[in-house]
Design a protein around this ligand. Structure first.
Ligand SMILES: Cc1cc2nc3c(=O)[nH]c(=O)nc-3n(C[C@H](O)[C@H](O)[C@H](O)COP(=O)(O)OP(=O)(O)OC[C@H]3O[C@@H](n4cnc5c(N)ncnc54)[C@H](O)[C@@H]3O)c2cc1C
Length: 415
C-alpha cells in the first residue's frame, strides 16, 4: 500500500459538478485533485440535453406530473418507466417522492429552487466569462409544445407559478409558433416560448473547456476508481481500486448517481436514486431546429447542438446496475419524426445517462457528518444548470465562508 499525503482537497467525481467545484477552489488558490474512473465529463455530464434551465423551478412531483402518471406508466416505452423487478427497492424513494409533492412541502421546495436558480444563472455567466467559454452559450430560448387545448390549459398553473418568480414567457400559436419553429406537425395547436431559456453548444465540450481553465489554475486529475473513503480529525483517506491510498485534508464527494455509496462509508444514509435518461444524437443535417423544443406531454426534448441534433429525455427508475434499454431512445426518435415530419432519423448515436436524483428534487449540498468532508450531488434533471452555483457554494463551505444562499433545504441531513 502506498500513500500520498500531499493532497490539499480531493474531489471524487469529474462530472460537471466536480469540475465546477474544482474550478472555484482552484480560482481561490487551493490545490485540488479530481479523481474519476473514466475521465472529465465522460458519463452523465457528457450526453445531457444541454439546457441551462434556469426557469425550471417546479419540483418533479408537482401536480401536472402526478396527473400524467397513470397514462405514462401504462406505456412501457413512455416518458416514465419502472422495471417491475426494481419496484421493491425503489418503493421507499417513491413514497418520499410522492410526499414531496404535498402542498406543505411544495411551496418551500419551489422557493429553494428559485433561489438556487437565481444564483445558478449569475454564477454560470461569470464562470463562462472567466473560463473563456461564453461563445458556447446559446441564448435562443425554448419552445414548449401542446397537442390540445386541454394540454395547454393544464400547463397554465405551472406557468403562473413561474411568473411569481419573474420568469418570462409568451404563449404562442399560428404564424408566430411556426416562425419560432418552421416544419412542425399541425398536431401542435399551441406553444409557450421562454426567451430566457439558454442552452450550450455541447455539454461535454463545455465541461472539458471549463476543466482546461481549471488545469491552467493548477487543478489536477487522477484516473482512478475509488473503492472506499474514511474520514477523521486528521483528514480523509481515499482507497483506490488498485490497492493504493491517498490522504487529503478535505474531501468533496461529487460522484453523481454513485455518491450515496461513498457517503454510506461515512455513516450518511442518503436516499439517492437514479432517473435514467435516454437519447439519440443525430447528424446536424437531420433537421433545422431553431431552439430547444420541449414536448412535456411525451417527456422529451430536441436540442440543436454544435455537434448534432439531440433527441431524448424520459425517466426510467431502474437503478445503477441494469443494462440500458435502447428501445426507449428509438421510441422517442420515432415520435420526433412524427412531430417534425421532415426529420431524417438516420445515422444517430444512442446514449443512456444516470440522473442522480433525490426525492424532493433538490440536490444535497453541505457538510457530511465526518469532519472536512462535503457533499454535492443529486442534481437530477438540473446538474448542468446548477453546476457553477454548486461550485461556488462548495468553495464557500470548504473555505468556511458564508454562502449567498440559505443551504438548509439542501443539507444532507434533511432526510
Ligand atoms: C437524458 C438526460 C438529459 C439531461 N438534460 C439536462 C439538461 O438539459 N440540463 C441540465 O441541467 N441537466 C440535465 N441532465 C442532468 C445532468 O446531466 C446531471 O444532473 C449531471 O450531469 C450530473 O452531474 P454530476 O457531476 O453530478 O454526475 P456525473 O456526470 O455522473 O459525474 C459523476 C462522476 O463520478 C464518477 N464516479 C462515480 N463513482 C466513482 C468512484 N467510486 N470512483 C471514481 N469515480 C467515480 C463517474 O465516473 C462520473 O464521471 C440530463 C440528464 C440526462 C440523463
Amino acid at each position: 500500500m502506498t500513500s500520498d499525503t500531499s493532497i490539499d482537497i480531493a474531489i471524487i467525481g469529474g462530472g460537471i459538478i466536480g469540475i465546477c467545484a474544482a474550478t472555484y477552489l482552484a480560482e481561490a488558490g487551493r490545490s485540488v485533485t479530481v479523481f474519476d474512473r473514466t475521465g472529465i465529463c465522460e458519463e452523465t455530464s457528457s450526453g445531457n440535453a444541454a439546457a441551462f434551465a434556469f426557469s425550471d423551478v417546479l419540483p418533479l412531483a408537482h401536480k401536472g406530473m402526478i396527473r400524467q402518471l397513470p397514462k405514462w406508466l401504462a406505456d412501457p416505452l413512455g416518458p416514465l418507466a419502472v422495471p417491475p423487478a426494481y419496484l421493491p427497492s425503489l418503493l421507499p424513494w417513491l413514497i418520499r417522492f410522492w410526499r414531496a409533492g404535498a402542498a406543505k412541502h411544495y411551496e418551500a421546495s419551489v422557493a429553494a429552487q428559485a433561489g438556487m436558480m437565481k444564483l445558478a444563472e449569475a454564477e454560470w455567466m461569470g464562470l463562462l466569462d472567466r473560463s473563456g467559454t461564453r461563445p458556447m452559450l446559446r441564448e435562443d430560448g425554448s419552445l414548449e409544445l401542446y397537442e390540445s387545448e386541454a394540454e395547454f390549459r393544464a400547463s397554465l398553473p405551472g406557468w403562473a407559478e413561474r411568473e411569481r418568480f419573474g420568469i418570462g414567457f409568451r404563449h404562442v400559436e399560428g404564424e408566430e409558433m411556426a416562425s419560432l419553429q418552421p416544419g412542425l406537425s399541425p398536431r401542435f395547436v399551441k406553444g409557450t416560448f421562454v426567451p430566457g431559456w439558454k442552452t450550450v453548444a455541447d455539454p461535454k465540450l463545455l465541461g472539458k473547456a471549463v476543466w482546461a481553465y481549471a488545469e491552467k489554475l493548477g487543478a489536477r486529475f487522477e484516473h482512478a476508481r475509488i473503492e472506499r473513503i474514511e474520514a477523521g480529525t486528521n483528514g480523509a483517506t481515499i482507497m483506490l481500486a488498485d490497492g493504493t491510498t491517498r490522504k487529503a485534508k478535505q474531501l468533496v464527494v461529487t460522484a453523481g448517481a454513485w455518491s450515496h455509496l461513498l457517503a454510506k462509508n461515512l455513516g450518511d444514509r442518503i436516499p439517492l436514486e437514479t432517473e435514467r435518461g435516454y437519447n439519440t444524437t443525430l447528424p446536424i443535417s437531420a433537421f433545422d431546429v431553431k431552439r430547444q423544443l420541449i414536448f412535456s406531454g411525451h417527456g422529451f426534448v430536441i436540442t440543436p447542438l454544435e455537434t448534432g441534433l439531440r433527441v431524448g429525455g424520459a425517466v426510467e427508475l431502474g437503478g445503477i446496475e441494469r443494462p440500458p434499454n435502447f428501445r426507449r431512445s428509438k421510441a422517442m426518435l420515432e415520435k420526433a419524426k412524427r412531430f417534425l415530419p421532415g426529420l431524417d432519423p438516420s445515422g444517430g448515436r444512442e446514449w443512456m445517462g444516470f440522473r442522480p436524483s433525490l426525492p424532493d428534487s433538490l440536490p444535497v449540498i453541505g457538510a457530511a457528518r465526518a469532519p472536512g468532508v462535503f457533499y454535492a450531488f443529486g442534481h437530477g434533471h438540473l446538474g448542468l444548470t446548477q453546476a457553477a452555483a454548486t461550485g461556488r457554494l462548495i468553495r464557500d463551505l470548504v473555505l468556511g465562508q458564508n454562502p449567498p444562499l440559505d443551504l438548509t433545504p439542501f443539507r444532507p441531513q434533511r432526510f
